[in-house]
Write a protein that binds this ligand. Structure first.
Ligand SMILES: [Mg+2]
Length: 104
């Protein structure tokens, strides 16, 4: 399933379950994504099974895609992913991690 298909499935879920579904709910959805990141981190820290960690990470994806559905409804996220992947692939080795080479 691609990101755009996932967005449609998430929209159906949001409507079916009566979840927040207005542009003003975007900050709330992004906050929920952060909370789910914390849950994923906590699951990893506690040594919980990979399946539990994966489920929490998928919760993050749900909220991020749900937020994108409301924040940038005219943008194809599959295309953005592809462009961003190519952009990152064209960057130098360990870009953005210059601190690795610094001496104490
Ligand atoms: Mg969760």
């Amino acid at each position: 399933m691609h990101l755009e298909e996932m967005k449609k499935e998430i929209e159906s879920l949001v409507i079916a379950k009566g979840f927040y579904n207005k542009p003003e709910d975007i900050p709330r959805k992004l906050l929920f994504a952060f909370i789910e990141l914390g849950e994923a981190s906590d699951a990893w820290k506690k040594g919980l099974p990979e399946e539990k960690i994966a489920e929490e990470l998928i919760d993050v994806v749900f909220y991020v895609l749900d937020a994108s559905r409301l924040a940038c409804p005219n943008i194809n996220m599959d295309e953005v992913f592809q462009r961003k992947l190519e952009k990152n692939l064209n960057r130098p080795f360990q870009y953005g991690e210059g601190h690795r080479n610094k001496q104490p």
